[in-house]
Ligand binder design. Structure first.
Ligand code: DC
Length: 222
């Protein structure tokens, strides 16, 4: 079978990364978390004292960084495992600004295309089906009511032992959606030919199954 690409886009907190990882595992294909690439660059910027959104400095860091994804969910940046560090509050606070820089997007989109060359894979992000792979074989847009996403995030934070205020989490999430969907380059938007999966009232297993059913219908041999 020739290699195929599955693009999953949608706002933050819809469960698209966990879903994409599970689908990759079930289909035995590779998974690329494109958000982790933007987060890795923001981590480098943070450590180097670069101001959020500083185009020249970020473009230099983006060109020079080495990123590897040795196994599902593991991100190795310039030789060190940063899987946890890229999820820190400091990185989350600046990544929406850094990822809106045009030359940063050009550099990381090129890497995403190179990664998918010659292999079947699933990628999740904001612009995978619209900009990175407009010809992807399968495209999904995962959506979910902001209140449901905020509630799930609060539960996750509590489970990790962090204090979490629902209104604050909700406001933060709505603001990130606003920044991601209003930027000039590669904004978050549904591709015209993407299948919409609303996860507001389905379980994780159900959302995985909905996507798998579509893929299996298109690829009866898997
Ligand atoms: O999915 P995430 O929360 O890990 O993404 C981190 C940030 O990167 C978020 O602000 C959206 C941005 N992003 C993007 O602009 N384009 C992508 N393809 C993936 C993520």
């Amino acid at each position: 079978m020739s290699p195929y690409t599955i693009a999953i886009d949608g706002p933050s907190g819809t469960g698209k990364s966990s879903t994409a990882k599970e689908i990759a595992r079930l289909l035995g294909i590779d998974y690329l978390d494109t958000g982790a690439m933007y987060r890795s660059l923001s981590l480098l910027g943070l450590e180097a004292g670069v101001k959020p959104g500083d185009e020249d400095a970020l473009a230099r860091l983006a060109d020079g960084m080495e990123l590897l994804f040795p196994s599902l969910g593991v991100v190795v940046l310039d030789g060190r495992d940063v899987s946890r560090d890229i999820r820190s509050a400091e990185v989350s606070a600046r990544v929406s600004t850094d990822c809106a820089v045009a030359s940063v997007r050009t550099a990381l989109v090129a890497r995403q295309r190179a990664y998918a060359q010659g292999r079947s894979c699933i990628l999740d992000g904001r612009d995978v089906g619209t900009v990175v792979f407009p010809d992807a074989r399968f495209k999904f847009y995962v959506d979910c009511a902001p209140e449901v996403r905020a509630h799930r995030r609060v539960e996750e934070l509590k489970a990790m032992g962090h204090a979490a205020d629902f209104s604050e989490v909700l406001a933060n999430l709505v603001e990130r959606d606003r920044l991601d969907s209003t930027r000039a380059v590669g904004p978050l938007r549904k591709a015209d030919d993407a299948v919409v999966v609303d996860t507001s009232s389905v379980t994780f297993q159900e959302q995985v199954q909905i996507i798998l059913d579509h893929v299996r219908k298109g690829l009866p041999s898997i």
